[in-house]
Design a protein around this ligand. Structure first.
Ligand code: ATP
Ligand code: MG
Length: 874
């Protein structure tokens, strides 16, 4: 059975049990501060478990792109070493929200595996939660009794809290679980050691494939457990592991999910996978790492998360660098090559994940660029490491030095260790880890956020956003909690029954404003954000009486300016697609009240004429005065059919909101001006690159544009004044520039004449010392002047030894010239000489045997240095 068939059989099976098939949520998480990447199928349904959102479908099934490289679930270091953990993998799942529970979940899992997929029952083991006295949790006898109907009791294993009590993170929904494991060993091996004893023991052939989680609790901030309002089922099966079982393989990498990629790595790097021998295992690990990491990085870029230096982007950059480094060290790849695999990946997975096809060019370019720049880093790192080795005073390199290479220059520590070992040096690993820990502690302290539990004031939990229609409403606080972070100090988060405040999202900043209590007391709302479907208002202090009613008032000016910039962003998007072409895709945007920023895919610089064209296009739409057509709650498919633009990596529901200004139509939740004429005017303030193939335009509108014109005309007036009230300042500046050029030329000529004179004088000062033509003198010339002079003198006089000194701005300079013949004959080395004489001017330098320079900070030592020069030829 091919992996494609396996995926659809799973989904079809649960569809036949009345489940709705939904698409995978994006892998990069945008509205949950506790999570950077989707790490399990249940993430996108968290709000249902918590009761923050009404459940639409009670039974759901899907395949979810997951990434386990940070936070509570981090498998990165395993990946490549073993054959069944990936960074990015697909998790097949079925859910019940408050409907069926353990009985159906277990029965159906068993039916699917043993009946539909025909897995041999004799290779299956299951586990149930054994209970935990410290938390007062009972053994899961309910699950045990259900399993007993299908499997003999010696195949049901009791599992501890670590394996059989599933938790998504430090806080949130959780509950006991039952896992299904497979034993893929040979019959001889099975006869020797029982499968039951190997379950959850990290044996490569006895692995977990499916986890059935029975959500019953919510883990609170104080670590206590609270019963959830309803019981849910959340299952997750590793797709790649299931393929391994059904395709009779012993490694995920031998299934058709990976073999096309591995063949491609072999072809591109001229290596072979699965070759026994001394270096064979290292090569295999490297090939696994590369084919795995490529998937993680490609899916992330398709989702809109590019490699960068912070947050999720940094995690992605590190994954890609890990792959590059494995190639560099074990496959001897010194040129970019991983980008070449993108074509194979998109061909192979594009039908299930079409974003891999539409974003193929971008993914390829971004990976190539990252490879190039990291390979350069590796080259530089090698030079730096060479330096460290040369200057080491013992055979052990300190952890501090290695950490510096790692932290400042991005040079991987295991590469450092490897090279040191090869050169007979040792790395102080403990010292390195100490430094690493220190840094981690620092950054943890800086970003630590402590979140208290919600104080629920009213169970009217479902919050409505009314801010498209009004900026003022009467509201009640339904819940609040305290948060504390190093960055913002102590704050409160409030949730209302309804709110006019727009929560940050879709690139638009959150609204600010205030709450007015009935007694007149005012509480400022400093920011609004969305978290797991709750709209959260940030305030510094809690209102005196949180249970009262309040007038919620949005800052109108800020909202209007932001809306103006948001509408302009849509028009800009339209203009770019019109003028540059439809390959332009939005890759990020930031809409503030001050200005707007728009990132888009395009492979060359946008020319001045194109930018003017874009500006004119947008301003023409503004002048047309196009009214906003807002369509709330139209079906997603209908909006797309009508030509609306949707973004990759954005999570859309079945019903969407479409924003239309004439021919511009986008799916968008943001706020807009009623008519394009409200924008007044649009000005592009900058254009540049943010990554390979991604450009960024910044622009302003409305009041900011007005201010821009005022500032410009003021500077123009000032300029005119400075230029003695010139009628045409441009002409006046041009005249000044011309005059300047001609003056520069005259100065150059004068300097040349001066040097000639000096040369004539100096020639007379050359003396014969021990048969060598010797000259040592302080001059009033810069470095290049001294160099030219030395070489000119050298051309005219044989057997010459020169030492020049000079001083400028408190610094000293030495220049040493020795005729080549003389240097060889007498074994003289100008580099060594300036290094030694450099001590007198408190500095150092170097160069070649016949020419070298040194710089220092003590001009008073120049005389001494010149005096000592004679010593070298005596
Ligand atoms: P393991 O102990 O093998 O790491 P887990 O307990 O972390 O697994 P769950 O969190 O229960 O796994 O995830 C559900 C299923 O997802 C697992 O049964 C497994 O099939 C699959 N899975 C988990 N982690 C990975 C991974 N890193 N790569 C591939 N599949 C995975
Ligand atoms: Mg795990």
């Amino acid at each position: 059975m091919t992996s494609r068939e396996i995926r659809s059989k799973f989904l079809d099976f649960f569809e036949s049990k009345s489940h709705i098939i939904v698409p995978s949520a994006p892998m990069v998480v945008k509205d949950d501060p506790t999570l950077m990447f989707t790490n399990a199928g249940m993430n996108q349904f968290k709000e249902y478990f918590l009761g923050n959102k009404p459940v639409k479908h009670h039974r759901i099934t899907d395949t979810q792109k997951c990434l386990r490289v940070s936070g509570k679930h981090n498998d990165l270091e395993e990946v490549g070493m073993d054959t069944y953990h990936h960074t990015m993998f697909e998790m097949l799942g079925n859910w019940s929200f408050g409907e069926y529970f353990k009985k159906e979940a277990i029965e159906w899992a068993w039916e699917l595996l043993t009946d539909v997929f025909q897995v041999d029952k004799d290779i299956l083991y299951v586990s149930v939660f054994e209970g935990d006295a410290s938390e007062d949790l009972d053994r899961d006898t309910e699950a045990y009794d259900i399993w007993k109907q299908f499997v003999s009791e010696d195949r049901i294993i009791n599992g501890n809290k670590k394996d059989n009590f599933w938790e998504m993170g430090d806080q949130g929904p959780c509950g006991p679980c039952s896992e299904i494991h497979v034993d893929l060993r040979s019959s001889e091996e099975k006869a020797k050691v029982s499968g039951a004893s190997l379950v959850n023991q990290d044996h490569p052939l006895v692995v977990e494939i499916w986890n059935l989680v029975f959500m019953q609790f919510n883990r609170k901030a104080d670590k206590s457990l609270e019963k959830l309002p309803a019981q849910h089922v959340d299952t997750g099966m590793g797709f790649e592991r299931l393929c391994m079982v059904l395709q009779n393989k012993q490694s995920n990498y031998d299934t058709d999910v990976f073999t096309p990629l591995i063949r491609e790595v072999e072809a591109v790097t001229k290596t072979t996978y699965g070759n026994p021998g001394s270096s064979g295992e290292k090569v295999d690990i490297a090939i696994r790492v590369i084919s795995d990491h490529l998937r993680a990085v490609a899916f992330s870029i398709a989702d809109g998360q590019l490699p960068s230096n912070t947050g999720a982007g940094y995690v992605i950059r590190r994954i890609l660098r890990r792959a590059i480094r494995y190639g560099f060290t074990f496959l001897d790849t010194k040129e970019p090559f991983i980008y070449k695999l993108v074509a194979t990946l998109s061909k192979q997975m594009g039908d299930a994940f079409p974003e891999l096809i539409s974003e193929k060019n971008l993914i390829t370019n971004v990976i190539r660029e990252e490879e190039q720049s990291f390979l350069r880093t590796l080259d530089q790192g090698l030079v730096l490491l060479e330096n460290v080795i040369e200057t080491a005073d013992s055979k052990t390199i300190s952890g501090k030095k290695a950490f510096e290479l790692y932290d400042t220059f991005g040079f991987p520590i295991d590469l450092t260790a490897l090279i040191l070992r090869e050169r007979g040096y040792e790395l102080d690993t403990k010292g390195f880890e100490k430094e690493l820990q220190k840094q981690k502690d620092r950054s943890r302290a800086a970003t630590k956020v402590e979140t208290g539990d919600w104080e629920i004031l009213s169970d009217d939990a479902v919050e409505e956003f009314v801010g498209y229609d009004t900026l003022v409403t009467t509201v009640k606080i339904t819940r609040y909690r305290k948060v504390e972070s190093k960055k913002d100090g102590e704050m409160y988060q409030l949730v209302f029954n309804l709110t006019p405040f727009y929560p940050e999202g879709g690139g638009q900043v959150g609204d600010k404003g205030y709450l007015e209590a009935q007694d007149g007391g005012v509480t400022y709302v400093v920011d609004t954000k969305k978290e797991n479907n709750l709209i959260i208002h940030f305030v510094k202090d809690l209102p005196r009486n949180p249970r009262g009613t309040f007038k919620a008032i949005v800052d109108e000016k800020q909202r209007f300016r932001t809306a103006s910039n948001h509408t302009a962003t849509h028009l800009l998007h339209q203009a770019l697609r019109n003028i540059l072409g439809v390959h332009v895709g939005q890759k990020g945007s930031m809409v503030h009240s001050r200005n707007l920023r728009f990132d888009f895919s395009h492979f060359s610089k946008v020319s001045f004429e194109e930018l003017k064209g874009v500006e004119d296009f947008v301003n023409a739409r503004i002048r047309e005065g196009i009214a906003l057509e807002e369509r709330r709650n139209i079906p997603y498919d209908q909006a797309i059919d009508e030509g609306a633009i949707a973004l990759f990596g954005e999570k859309y529901g079945d019903a969407v909101r479409a924003i239309k200004f004439g021919k511009s139509m986008e799916l968008c939740g943001g706020t807009h001006v009623p008519n394009t004429s409200d924008i007044w005017h649009f000005i592009i303030t900058s254009e540049g690159a943010v990554a390979s193939g991604i450009r960024r335009i910044e622009a302003i509108t409305g009041d900011a544009a007005k201010q821009y014109f005022i500032d410009r005309s003021e500077s123009y007036a000032n300029l005119q004044k400075t230029l003695n009230n010139a009628n045409d300042p441009v002409k006046a500046v041009e005249a000044l520039q011309e005059e300047n050029t001609s003056l520069q030329k005259q100065i150059q000529q004068l300097l040349k004449d001066k040097a000639k004179n000096i040369k004539g004088d100096l020639k007379g000062e050359i003396s014969n010392v021990n048969g060598v033509n010797f000259l040592a003198k302080e001059l009033d010339l810069d470095a290049s002047g001294m160099k030219d002079l030395a070489f000119e003198l050298g051309n005219e006089t044989d057997n010459l030894f020169i030492l020049f000194g000079s001083r400028a701005e408190g610094k000293a300079l030495l220049t040493c010239y020795i005729s080549k013949d003389l240097a060889t004959e007498k074994g003289l080395d100008a580099g060594k000489i300036v290094r030694e004489l450099g001590k007198h001017i408190q500095g150092g330098g170097g160069g070649q045997p016949f020419f070298a320079t040194a710089g220092g900070k003590n001009p008073d030592g120049i005389g001494e240095a010149l005096e000592k020069a004679k010593g070298y030829i005596k």
